[in-house]
Design a protein around this ligand. Sequence first.
Ligand code: ATP
Ligand code: MG
Ligand code: MG
Ligand code: MG
Length: 430
Amino acid sequence: MIKCSISDVKQYEGQEVLIKGWLYNKRSSGKIQFLQLRDGSGFIQAIVEKSRVSPELFELCEHLTQESSINVVGRVRSDKRAPSGYEMDVIDVVVNQLTEDYPIALKEHGVEFLMDNRHLWIRTERQSAILRIRHEIIKSAMEFLNNHGFIKADAPIITPATCEGTTDLFEIDYFGESAYLSQTGQLYAEACAMALGKVYTLGPAFRAEKSKTRRHLIEFWMLEPEVAYLEHEGNLELQEKLVSYIVESVLKNRILELKAIGRDISALEEIKIPFERMSYDDAIKTLKNNNFDIEWGDDFGSPEETFLANLYKKPLFITEYPKHCKAFYMQPNPNRPEVVLCDDLLAPEGYGEIIGGSQRIHDYDLMVQRLEEENLPMDIYKWYLDLRKYGSVPHSGFGLGIERTVAWICGLDHIRETIPFPRMLYRVTP
Ligand code: ATP
Ligand code: MG
Ligand code: MG
Ligand code: MG
């Protein structure tokens, strides 16, 4: 007997296969039962016809309940109406566990109930499709970087100080001393770039943000490439290439999942290089022309970002923000020191920021001056200053938020569905 996963059944048309999985749903029309099976790799409909199976098997199937774990032997048949193009005719079923009183019915539930049952909610077709797309996004991003000579060099999660200021930090007791959960791996990625040239870190980031929005998690994952001898323009190009590669990979490898969640695929097919660009100055003008109450020097909030992110079908770079809107380490534009060589990449369809990037200050004195201006503790940044002391070179990088990218590519309203177990304000369970 061939044991196969549902995603592979197409290779076995006409043959008998064994699928080990769970009963997702069941319909019956008297003489025929339609079992919808899932096994983690996908979904398939298995048909039990009274005239073709023993009375015992037919009766056993009548008693199967949602989420019972079962082994099903059946013959694979192509069927144009099935989403995956295949169905199977059941020959035998073995029950591993008959589930009783499964709490999540396949009907509408309130969000809080679903969040309380997140450990079960992720079994649904929609949630598992989102998590498979999440995997594809991470996999393809790493694939792109690995294929372009990047070394994965991870940053510590426990850090002595803050990257960008002391707000929103989770403090922990480190053998009697204060330490913090990392908000970004960037400073360490910079050190690794000076050692290895092109690197990336992929890790969790923690921000004790007291704001309750659709875009913010307390714990999220960030991919942070950092490259020595790379300047602002090259940094933008790297971001475009990476993001378009991710979208291309999802379209190529996860089309069934995109369809299962009802994503508008044509919107993703628009995501081609080059992306749109707009300077911060022009963004302010555009916002003012559209009746936003905003002045040069203000940072953008959600409404501004959503508006800008709705202007085009492709992702939009907003470049060269005022220095004081951004973190201390960003390189000022030499011709206009009040703005820095940075970018926010806004995803279209109103999604907003998925990446923040910049060229970093490589001049020692300038970095000292910026740390002083921001009142940051010089001793903690001593090692970071060393990078500007010994063989300093222009370098650039960016942070791509995995969950923001998942939300956009999947077309989700809320970031809570983008990660198996979201950590949000007022929720640390399950
Ligand atoms: P925002 O302006 O939306 O608060 P940020 O500018 O504070 O984001 P960065 O410090 O630039 O974020 O971090 C890089 C990327 O990490 C962001 O572009 C975003 O994709 C992601 N990110 C930041 N904060 C969060 C969060 N709380 N939850 C999920 N993703 C986040
Ligand atoms: Mg923020
Ligand atoms: Mg931002
Ligand atoms: Mg940012």
